[in-house]
Write a new protein. Structure first.
Length: 86
């Protein structure tokens, strides 16, 4: 389980890092960076629950980071499309 988890962690961290770099370079994609960070946090909460045991409000914490994270990722595509048309 170590190697697949490590690969997935590196993929998520790389994606969040790339989104942050893009946001610093082009301001219209700041929702992408924030969404990627929230998605990464939701997966970290899931991993902690899986490997360290459950904790209070774990499910709620996952949904409160996952849902807005996905929404911001989708919103960033709309913002970039709108920015290109200007």
């Amino acid at each position: 389980m170590l190697w697949p988890a490590l690969g997935y962690t590196m993929l998520l961290a790389g994606t969040a890092g790339l989104a942050t770099a893009m946001a610093m370079h082009r301001h219209p994609v700041w929702p992408l960076a924030l969404g990627a960070a929230l998605f990464l946090i939701s997966d970290l909460i899931l991993a902690v629950g899986l490997f360290r045991g459950s904790f209070p409000f774990r499910s709620e914490s996952v949904w409160l980071t996952y849902g807005p994270g996905q929404m911001l990722i989708v919103a960033s595509t709309w913002l970039v499309d709108r920015f290109r048309k200007q």
